[in-house]
Each structure stands twice: as structure tokens, then as C-alpha cells.
Write a protein that binds this ligand. Structure first.
Ligand SMILES: NC(=O)c1ccc[n+]([C@@H]2O[C@H](COP(=O)([O-])OP(=O)(O)OC[C@H]3O[C@@H](n4cnc5c(N)ncnc54)[C@H](OP(=O)(O)O)[C@@H]3O)[C@@H](O)[C@H]2O)c1
Length: 370
């Protein structure tokens, strides 16, 4: 009699139709983002945010810089979580000067966070949680897309796109849950990408070293963004409604930022030649700002949680809810990504439940590292 369990072959790549549809999404976003987002104002009007504390990673450049500035100008207490603290201090100085005479001084501070080091993530979370204050919004914005560069690994041993774009933000999100519970209703916003539509995650080969897939920076980037969508879907389901924490992934659109700094000169020149199609960082910040502040977002997340729907909230660059990729709906892989991620970031499998209950957990990184 044929066995049905062990004989099922594990998927090793996107099917070509999925891949083609994924690329169509990417091209569609690039060509039509300005039209689909034409109903949005630029800058996006924000409500007064005086009682809100927000952590924004990667706020020294591009989309994150815009997010941090606009949140601060709307009255929020903003924590710039960055690796280049001097650059952040200089920015704050500039923003305060530009803002002077327009209201109370901006409430912005800087804390050091290097996502290429999981020890740094743990140190950041411990420092933040020790303040015992509430956190209302965590914006995981920092990211890398090292186009054309050879494969690189962090000192923790992980492929750099996977670490910076998915593993380190996942660790940060989980470790900050105690502060997010205090700030409830609160939100975790992940600045994701339309490129996740062409991503594929092999949980047995998160570093893309087995040779089953040839590594390119595109593979590294798109896999890391899909891993983030899948992890977020499981986190969204695991967080009890009473915790009051919404988890949302957003696509900022195709945006002219430093993310293109590693592109060949000719492609960079093309970026400048097609300004009509490419968003400015201010335009690219709108989906994250919407996700962080719109009152309907928690209701929408709540609705998805109650439903048997397999994925969490994903907002496109025009701030409308959209469906993440077909592969993101693969719940079996999403749970594998969840388990593999917790293992890679040194957390126990019940870390979320225990933190929500107010218990302490031990992370393998940080001071506890053996
Ligand atoms: N631009 C686009 O078209 C586009 C499209 C889709 C999604 N996105 C996503 O949008 C997000 C923001 O990117 P961007 O376009 O604004 O790019 P960017 O201008 O290059 O900004 C990236 C930010 O991430 C920070 N960062 C990089 N590595 C870090 C690390 N190890 N630790 C801490 N911070 C680190 C950078 O800090 P440093 O200044 O110190 O390097 C910078 O502040 C990323 O997640 C990106 O994937 C962008």
C-alpha cells in the first residue's frame, strides 16, 4: 500500500506560473503605483500623536527618515533605532532647526541598534524594556538590498539579507512584546516589499548555501521579505486578541532612496530619468504611516484574526489592504518559517505566549550567550 505522508515531495522553488504572476505584480507596481495611489495626499495628513511612542528602525535615510520626521512633527515621541547614531543626532538637530517656531520642540531620541548583530538587538530590547514604559508603535523599516554584491554572512552566521530584513526585526518584535502590551492598543509595522511576490523560502536552507538554489542578491532579498510576511502571519494569529497588538506588513512602493546605492551607475541614472514612476521617500512613507496611525487598521487586523484566513494584514503602497503572494498563503511553510526563525534567533518556541503572560524568557543572544 502506498504511503501518503513521507512520499510527499517538498516544494523547492516557486512554480513558473507563480513566479510569472509574481513578476507581473512587481512590474504592475512599478508602472502604475502613481495612478493607484493618486487618491493619497503627499505628505499624508496625520492626526495629533502626542500620547504615542514609536520606535523606527533605519531612520537615518530614505523611507525611515521620512517616517520618523513626520511622526515627530505630529507630536509623537520618536525613538530612532539606528546603527549610525551620529547621523541620527545630526538629523534631529536639523529637524529641530527647521521646526523651530512651529510648535513645541520635537520629541525625538536616538538609541543604537545594529541589525547585523543579534546581541545588539537583545541589548536594545533590554534597554528599552527596562524603562518600563509603554510602546505604541514599532516600525521595522531598516533593510538592505545589496544588489550585485557577493553573498555575505553576519557574525551570527546568517545570510545578511535574511538577518537584517527578517531575523533581527523578528527578534526585536518578540522581545519588545512586554512594552507593546503596556502600550496596547499597539502596532508592529513591517516595511516589506512587492518583491516578496517573487520570493521563496526554503526552511532547510535559510542561508542559501546548499546549492539547491543559486544565490543572487535578488534571491536573498525576496526570500527575506517573504519570510517576514510568513512570520508576521503566524505572529498575528498567535497574539491573543486581548493583547491588543496589531501586526501589519506594508509595501512602500518603488521608492528613490539609498537602497539603490549599490546599483550599477547606469541603472542609478535610469532611476533619475524616470521620476514619474518612482516615489519620493515622502510618498514611500505613506503606507507605513497609514498602518501606524489609521484607526481602522486594528479593526481590520481583528477581523482577519477571527477569520480562518491564512495570512495577516498586508497593505500596498496605496494604503489599501491587499493579498500577499500565493506562497505566503502556504500555512505549512509559514509555520516552518515561524519555528525555524525562533530557533535561529535563539528563542524558545513558546516565547510569545510566555512574554504575553508576563513571564521572563531567555534568549540565547545578548548577555546569556554561552
Ligand atoms: N526603496 C524602495 O524602492 C523599496 C521598495 C520596497 C521596500 N523597501 C524597503 O523599505 C525599507 C527602507 O529602505 P529604503 O528604501 O529607505 O533604504 P535606505 O535609504 O537604504 O535606508 C535603509 C535604512 O536601513 C538602515 N540599515 C541598514 N542596515 C542596517 C543594520 N545592520 N542595522 C541597522 N540599520 C540598518 C540604514 O542605515 P545606514 O544609513 O546606517 O546604512 C538606513 O537607515 C527597507 O526595508 C526596504 O527593503 C524599499
Amino acid at each position: 500500500m502506498a504511503t501518503t505522508t513521507s512520499s510527499k515531495k517538498k516544494k523547492e522553488a516557486l512554480g513558473w506560473m507563480e513566479w510569472l504572476r509574481g513578476w507581473l505584480y512587481v512590474v504592475y507596481e512599478m508602472l502604475f503605483q502613481r495612478i493607484t495611489a493618486s487618491h493619497l495626499h503627499n505628505p499624508m495628513p496625520l492626526p495629533p500623536l502626542n500620547d504615542i511612542t514609536c520606535i523606527v528602525t533605519g531612520s537615518t535615510s530614505g523611507i525611515g527618515r521620512e517616517i520618523a520626521r513626520q511622526l515627530a512633527e505630529s507630536g509623537a515621541h520618536v525613538v530612532m533605532a539606528v546603527r549610525n547614531t551620529k547621523a541620527a543626532q545630526d538629523l534631529i538637530q536639523k529637524w529641530q532647526n527647521d521646526w523651530s517656531g512651529m510648535g513645541l520642540p520635537l520629541n525625538v531620541e536616538v538609541m543604537e541598534l545594529d541589525l547585523l548583530s543579534l546581541d545588539s538587538v537583545v541589548r536594545f530590547a533590554e534597554a528599552w524594556n527596562s524603562r518600563l514604559g509603554p510602546l505604541h508603535v514599532l516600525i521595522n523599516n531598516a533593510g538592505i538590498f545589496s544588489i550585485g554584491e557577493p553573498q555575505k554572512f553576519s557574525k551570527d552566521g546568517y545570510e545578511e539579507h535574511m538577518q537584517v530584513n527578517h531575523l533581527a526585526p523578528a527578534l526585536l518584535s518578540v522581545l519588545l512584546l512586554p512594552s507593546l502590551v503596556k502600550g496596547s492598543p499597539s502596532r508592529i509595522i513591517n516595511v516589506n516589499s512587492v518583491m516578496h511576490y517573487v520570493g521563496f523560502v526554503d526552511t532547510e536552507d535559510m542561508n542559501v548555501v546548499s546549492g539547491k538554489r543559486k544565490y543572487t542578491s535578488l534571491v536573498g532579498y525576496s526570500s527575506s521579505k517573504l519570510a517576514q510576511v510568513m512570520f508576521s502571519s503566524v505572529l498575528h494569529k498567535r497574539l491573543p486578541a486581548e493583547a491588543g497588538i496589531s501586526v501589519v506588513c506594508v509595501s512602500p512602493g518603488i521608492v528613490h532612496t539609498n537602497v539603490a546605492r549599490d546599483l550599477p551607475r547606469v541603472v542609478q541614472a535610469a532611476y533619475h530619468l524616470i521620476p514619474y514612476f518612482i516615489f519620493s521617500p515622502q510618498e514611500g512613507s505613506r503606507s507605513a504611516l497609514f498602518a501606524a496611525t489609521d484607526p481602522q487598521v486594528p479593526e481590520y487586523c481583528e477581523l482577519l484574526k477571527a477569520d480562518e484566513w491564512p495570512v495577516g494584514a498586508f497593505l500596498s503602497q496605496d494604503c489599501r489592504p491587499t493579498n500577499p503572494s500565493e506562497e505566503a498563503h502556504n500555512t505549512e511553510t509559514s509555520h516552518e518559517v515561524w519555528e525555524k526563525t525562533l530557533e535561529m534567533i535563539g528563542l524558545p518556541s513558546d516565547a510569545v505566549e510566555r512574554l504575553i503572560e508576563g513571564e521572563d524568557i531567555i534568549c540565547w543572544y545578548g548577555a546569556n550567550k554561552g
